[in-house]
Ligand binder design. Structure first.
Ligand SMILES: Cc1cc2nc3c(=O)[nH]c(=O)nc-3n(C[C@H](O)[C@H](O)[C@H](O)COP(=O)(O)OP(=O)(O)OC[C@H]3O[C@@H](n4cnc5c(N)ncnc54)[C@H](O)[C@@H]3O)c2cc1C
Length: 540
């Protein structure tokens, strides 16, 4: 029946049935550059699933039905079990099957870490919260490499393509996930302030007593945790079940009521004589977890690149199917500039995140020293995550009032957008880490500058900015760290785009970020080919 008062016109249809990989030229090109073209077919498959109504619905359901904690059974016994909506398990099954867990550590093919990063970007568009346990599973394996015995025991399960959410001793499971328990109430950035005490049990293990204030992916099978052993802060492998098959003491107090990231369980946990094995040397725990922290920071960059790409996609789709004042929105000069600017930021984020994944891929194979990755990790993490929230807000605004409404998915994207900037080193801590890298590992700065020098000579604005940066690098200060790191990041992105992207993208990026920068997205200088940039970002 037709209702004359309710004829729906000038509204776009939902963006569904697209391939979230194939339309992303910047991602495909970065994948090839970093040596993972062989993964294109599986990415195409994942991209098709990511664009399917079914997967989009899983993301909506997993967020709309957050995890539920059961601390005790009806007789008063502790359960410490979290139940998830079936849609969460479906998302996890795909993520594990696609190798977003620790699979690259077992795969070993050149480019396997790059392929994983690209898949992470594609699958983020469906739902980012469940990817937190994937990041931790991937990152924990980096640290476990230091303990060949533990690595041999855990790698087959953490890298398995089989998702097994059962809450049973790991010896009965083929697939497992891992988490991290570092942050405590009195200190998150300052993990040396941990108060959890670790007492040797006389048989090679330790008993941990204390609390953990943020534990994400809480239903993981195993965690890396920091505790104060007699010799100082030490890293421990803490399984949910002890080797004798009994439950370890892991008391989940409550779930955090987070602003976003709703599908992912983050909880407060108390430890009381909790059985754990040492990883690395006693007293060197902070050093031992660095490999893990590096990989989670990589994933913060990759994940935020994925969030930006998703916002850009949604904004462009809407602008192409909505008219105002007699013209389609993406034909309006000012809207086209906003979309083009969002696209420039998204391409810069994708290129720099994949460049970093490529560096880690080569480091893992011993084909490249750690130098570039050491300093580019905090530089890239700082800037991509810092740009994410503004990007998501602007993408939401492109969709107008409907963008502010929950079922558009944009509020979910927006609430997720600051998270990667907060965890695994908030902005200031990350900038201080860049200064530390320059001071303690000067070869890392040399490698980084090599990357910037590679683009010198073709663009005057870039060359002038590079000269200025090199001058600023001679006198780094704590007060000036944000300004310095921001400049390093923008030059790194400009260098990548100048060498690898079409000139209409790189020239626009250099002009807009280094030459004549505006503050808000869309405040691009003149002479930019916005239509070409938007068409490249999302071919019609
Ligand atoms: C959703 C979510 C999930 C999380 N999951 C986990 C998890 O699974 N495992 C885990 O261990 N942790 C987890 N965390 C915790 C997270 O890693 C910490 O919140 C983060 O490291 C910051 O620590 P903090 O909260 O204690 O803040 P603080 O250390 O109090 O920092 C507050 C602010 O001060 C700044 N600051 C700190 N030191 C300095 C300095 N020297 N100079 C200038 N500024 C400084 C920081 O940059 C920050 O902006 C999670 C957090 C969130 C939000």
């Amino acid at each position: 029946m037709q209702y004359p008062t309710h004829e729906v016109i000038n509204q776009p249809t939902a963006l569904e049935g697209h391939n979230a990989f194939t339309f992303d030229a910047a991602l495909s090109e970065a994948l090839a550059r970093e040596g993972a073209t062989w993964a294109a077919d599986s990415l195409e498959e994942l991209g098709e699933l990511a664009g399917s109504p079914e997967a989009i619905e899983w993301g909506r359901l997993a967020n709309g039905n957050p995890p539920i904690l059961h601390t005790h059974d009806r007789f008063g016994h502790r359960l410490d079990r979290i139940d998830f909506h079936p849609a969460y398990h479906q998302l996890m099954e795909v993520a594990v099957g696609a190798g977003l867990n620790a699979a690259p550590w077992a795969d070993g093919r050149p480019g396997s870490h790059v392929a994983r990063a690209a898949k992470f970007i594609v699958w983020t568009s469906v739902e980012p919260g469940h990817l937190c346990p994937m990041s931790m599973t991937y990152a924990v394996m980096a640290t476990l490499q230091e303990e060949p015995g533990l690595a041999a025991e855990w790698l087959p399960r953490l890298a398995s393509a089989e998702y097994d959410p059962s809450f049973t001793p790991v010896t009965r499971k083929r697939g497992a996930t891992a988490g991290m328990a570092l942050t405590e109430k009195q200190g998150g950035s300052d993990v040396r302030a941990n108060t959890t005490v670790a007492v040797p049990d006389g048989e090679g293990a330790y008993l941990l007593t204390g609390h953990k204030w943020f534990v994400s992916g809480t239903m993981a099978d195993v965690f890396l945790a920091l505790g104060q052993a007699p010799g100082g802060p030490t890293c421990f492998l803490l399984p949910r079940w002890k080797p004798d098959g009994s439950k370890n003491n892991f008391f989940i107090q409550q779930l955090k009521d987070k602003m976003g990231d709703k599908a992912n369980a983050t909880s407060e946990v108390e430890l009381n004589d909790t059985w754990a094995l040492p990883v690395g040397e006693e007293g060197r725990g902070v050093r031992t977890i660095i490999e893990m922290v590096d990989r989670t920071r990589l994933d913060c960059s990759v994940g935020s690149a994925g969030l930006m790409r998703h916002g850009l996609t949604q904004a462009t789709h809407y602008a192409r199917h909505r008219s105002a004042f007699g013209k389609v929105l993406d034909d309006q000069a000012l809207m086209l500039r906003v979309l083009a600017d969002l696209a420039l930021e998204s391409e810069a984020a994708t290129s720099s995140a994949l460049r970093l994944a490529g560096a880690y891929d080569r480091v893992a194979r011993g084909a490249e020293p750690m130098g570039y990755a050491r300093i580019a990790t905090p530089v890239t993490k700082y800037w991509i995550c810092k740009r994410n929230a503004g990007h998501s807000a602007e993408a939401l605004e492109c969709i107008g009032g409907s963008g502010y409404i929950e079922d558009s998915g944009m509020p979910r994207l927006f609430r997720q957008s600051p998270l990667n900037g907060v965890w695994e080193g908030s902005g200031n801590v990350i900038c201080l880490d860049v200064l530390r890298a320059m001071r303690k590992e000067p070869d890392s700065l040399e490698a980084f500058l090599g990357e910037l020098d590679a683009a010198a000579g073709d663009n005057e604005t870039y060359d002038a900015a590079l000269k200025e940066l090199k001058q600023a690098l001679t006198t780094p200060t704590e007060e000036g760290a944000r300004r310095l790191v921001e400049r390093m990041a923008v030059l790194l992105q400009a260098s990548l785009l100048l060498r690898h992207s079409p000139a209409f993208v790189s020239d626009a990026f250099v002009a807009a970020r280094l030459g004549d920068p505006g503050v808000a997205y869309g405040a691009l200088p003149g002479g930019v080919d916005c239509a070409a940039i938007v068409e490249r970002a999302m071919p019609e």
